[in-house]
Design a binder for this molecule. Sequence first.
Ligand SMILES: [Ca+2]
Length: 146
Amino acid sequence: MCELHKGRLADILSSGEQWYLHYQLINRYKPADYWVGGTDWENEGEWIWEGSQKNVTYTYWLPGQPNNGRSPFVNPTSGNAEFQNCLSLRYQDNFRWVDSVCAEHLHYICEKQASHQVTALPYYAYTHTTPTFLVYTTTTSAPTGP
Ligand SMILES: [Ca+2]
């Protein structure tokens, strides 16, 4: 998915990045849930940003999340119901984070190196240097999985 755009699924490393995305999503994009690059696929409960392999330190989980819920989604390959190992931003909860089944099809947010400094937004005083976030409004499953 993001590789097509020469980027990777977004890391959210600070409240500044979270609010930057929040502002962009509510003003410019569809009211929808979005994938970013967090996953605990390899070690349950140990969340990393898969693009950079950084630990997830800043968090914006919805209270009660992540809960590693088992969804009714059945992996068409394995035939098993899947647990929640990928991180999505939930529209109905102000883009707080929840863990979701990676095979779900959601919109997604990539990031790539900026070629120049991007100064964003009238509303939150946040100068976004690098990376640049790119929001895609087609849907796809998260790329992590067996
Ligand atoms: Ca999990």
